[in-house]
Design a protein around this ligand. Structure first.
Ligand SMILES: CC(C)(COP(=O)(O)OP(=O)(O)OC[C@H]1O[C@@H](n2cnc3c(N)ncnc32)[C@H](O)[C@@H]1OP(=O)(O)O)[C@@H](O)C(=O)NCCC(=O)NCCS
Length: 287
């Protein structure tokens, strides 16, 4: 499937149709509810601000390319002292910009879901480095995941369920250690024509990283310790059993990148997946 379908909306945000992670299926199941979801007031059961419920995945992404120093410094005001000091340690401007904008995007997403200000959020870190928002007692269990790759950042938000997002720039395959792919993945890619193999590689790769983020282990767990297949889409665990209870989806944040979502869910067929492009001006409004 090529680039996501997009349509202009009045607030200048753009929405894409989000596709479940089965790139080779002959009739992909398109989740059309993504289009108007944010503008519907009605989802209230377990919902947050009428926008996201426990069956929803909400992905927001933006390109950092057009952000100048002034915009980036302005958005750094939204971050806390710890985030600002991490940002200051980046040697390259582009990496610093992606870090600042990514963290601002997380905060603004949390603010939109709860009505709490973007600046007010504090985070704790799980055993393997997964950041989690510190929630107030009356707030629903919001989870998020963040990914940056070159000049694109993406954040996925969910309620109640562990979530992982990963984006990568689709260019020459990265130089990967030989043991990064599971044997079945290597066999699958070796059997595809070059162009399809390259696209499938990035789908597998982003899905693997998104899964490890959803589990919270990150790369403390070897990437080759489980196997992803795209058709039919599935994750096979090291014990040889299929990992049940996971929603998987993919999206295309711009022409240069590809992204994957993995969310734990008791009934993955119920999950609705919406993808939104955010403009820098939307973030700046929260300063
Ligand atoms: C999480 C991980 C898979 C990220 O992969 P990546 O493609 O390099 O980077 P991405 O931009 O997609 O993701 C980075 C974000 O993942 C999140 N993250 C970090 N550890 C995570 C974990 N264990 N679980 C879920 N999310 C995690 C953070 O939000 C991080 O953003 P930040 O650094 O701006 O706070 C990988 O970097 C990792 O395992 N990191 C934790 C352990 C570590 O730092 N090891 C360093 C030596 S291997």
């Amino acid at each position: 499937m090529g680039a996501g379908y997009e349509t202009a909306l009045p607030d200048s945000s753009r929405f894409c149709l989000a596709l479940p992670f089965d790139s080779t299926a002959s009739r992909p199941r398109i989740v059309v509810s993504a289009i108007c979801h944010l503008h519907c007031e009605t989802r209230t059961r377990n919902g947050v601000a009428g926008m996201v419920g426990s069956d929803d995945v909400w992905v927001r992404w933006l390109s950092t390319e057009l952000a100048g120093e002034a915009e980036t410094d302005g958005l750094a005001d939204l971050l806390d002292a710890g985030e600002r000091s991490r940002a200051a340690r980046f040697r390259h401007d582009a990496a610093r910009r992606a870090f600042v904008i990514g963290h601002a995007l997380v905060r603004v997403g949390l603010a939109k879901l709860t009505g709490r200000s973007a600046r007010s959020w504090e985070f704790r870190t799980g055993r393997h480095g997964r950041p989690e928002p510190i929630l107030r007692r009356d707030e629903p269990l919001i989870r998020f995941s963040l990914s940056h790759s070159h000049d694109v950042v993406a954040v996925a938000l969910s309620v109640e369920h562990d979530i992982g997002v990963d984006i990568e720039r689709v260019d020459n395959r990265m130089h990967l250690p030989n043991d990064a792919l599971a044997p079945g993945e290597k066999r699958y890619l070796a059997g595809l024509p070059k162009q399809r193999a390259d696209a499938a590689f990035f789908h597998i790769w982003t899905l693997k990283e998104a899964y490890l983020k959803a589990l919270g282990t990150g790369l403390s767990r070897p990437l080759a310790s489980f196997e992803v297949s795209l058709s039919p889409m599935a994750i096979t665990e090291r014990n040889g059993f299929r990992a049940e209870g996971w929603f998987m989806g993919r999206f295309e944040p711009g022409r240069t990148h590809t992204g994957a979502i993995v969310m734990r869910h008791p009934d993955p067929d119920r999950v609705r997946f919406q993808v939104e492009t955010v403009g820098l001006e939307t973030l700046a409004k929260h300063r």
